[in-house]
Unconditional design. Sequence first.
Length: 166
Amino acid sequence: MVVARNPVNGAMFMIVSFVGMAALFVLLEAFFLAILQILVYAGAIMVLFLFIIMLLDMDEVEKIKPRTVTAFASGISLALIVVGIISLLGSDGMSGQAFASLAAAPDFPSAAAPMELSLSTKSYGFGLFTKYMLPFQLTGLLLLVAMIGVIVISKKREPSQEQSAS
């Protein structure tokens, strides 16, 4: 849950959401992706997150004071948007003909063509290391930069000799 005051509790709620995502993969009969979701995200990534939280020694997050003026303005804006959408959908100005003409013929014939779906691990691996090789490498680079950043942030700084001499 995003609003958890304790970062460890927030990480535990994130594990629950990852397991829920794996359950959705099971419902879609993508069992390999469900297992990967649990092993990689709920397992390895969350252990890394918890390690970082413990390493940075984060206590409870300060509760942010609510800003009543901002909350009031946001509430009014949201109410106006909802009223506008309801009035637009309820009016005769938006007829069903407009939506029917949009859905009549697709501009791209390939969008309507049926896709071949393969749930085998061979197809995942082939796609990952051929068509999606660059995003895969960039993701690895991003994770490397994040790990280096955590090491730099968590490193205890020793006072320099100039500060200790004075």
